[in-house]
Design a protein around this ligand. Sequence first.
Ligand code: FEO
Length: 366
Amino acid sequence: MKVELKKGIYWVGAIDWTIRDFHGYSTHKGSTYNAYLIVGEKVALVDTVKAPFFEEMMGRISEIMPPERIDYLIANHVEMDHSGSLPLFKKALPKVEVLCSPRAKGELSLHYGDAIPFKVVKTGDILDLGGKTLTFVEIPMVHWPDSMATYVKEDKTLLPNDAFGQHIASAERFDDELGWDAIRPEAAKYYANIVMPYGPQVLKALEALRDIEIEVIGPSHGVIWRKHIPEIVATYEKWAKGETEKRALVVYDTMWGSTEKMAQAINRGVMEEGVSTKLYRLRVSDNSDIVQELLESRGLVLGSPTLNNGLFPSVAEFSCYIKGLRPKGRLAAVFGSYGWGKGAATKALTTDLQAAGMEVMEELQV
Ligand code: FEO
């Protein structure tokens, strides 16, 4: 099947129907690795796919034209779900010139060796394919230092790699085919688990793109935006600013049930105050699903028993994950139980959540 975003711009990526763990982040709905073929007088491929999907990508390209017609490969991002096929691609088509951001050049060489020459392009640089004019915009830390977007002027089409992505495997390739309500939760989960620490950089990138006319956004995962662009851009701005709803999460684990009794009582109390809340026991929950909820929740109440004078392991894992994602501005409280001595779990949680940029309002232990 040929998927055309605009005349002469094709999706030639791969669909990973069965992936359920994307470097530790649960992908209940699979994913796609999106690559785009831009056909002017000359031809450019934007990104490749994860290495095991190389043949699938080449098959899609071959449905449109012989791959030998490709002149340029634009590597918008170094991470291996997009650059993994690069060595195979260069081996098959050694004459193709590879373009990337200044930061990407060093990182790609570290990954794939010095044998592949990379041509550096910077923000504002232009590549004229003849009938298709490509402009490059560096978007550092959205979400790696090397990240870059490619814009096709004639078609008002933005290819921003991971930004605006979602882990969804589907036969539908466009947002209007799948619908906003189905896509938004996956876009939120993606943002929360991949992009959340970089809100200021996202706002800077949105600012850089503000004056560009955009009719299509082709991210590197999931469906292509052509109907709900105003909604996803406004929603990204909201997430990047850390705007939240009056909602709470009570997250805990328990050894002999004491911390669980506290969690249930706290959750009931939150409900009685008329605040929407969700309760998660960590050993039977998925960290990345909880973080998706945290993206738009104002409060987190986190509980752990004290084990060996420290945190219970499942809580330590969650707390470590949260510390890295830095959900700044949320309100937090911690709680826990202990058997002897002074419980250390709540102190450790307070330290972690403060390091994550959260204000810890209450520390309760029994
Ligand atoms: Fe989809 Fe940062 O790779």
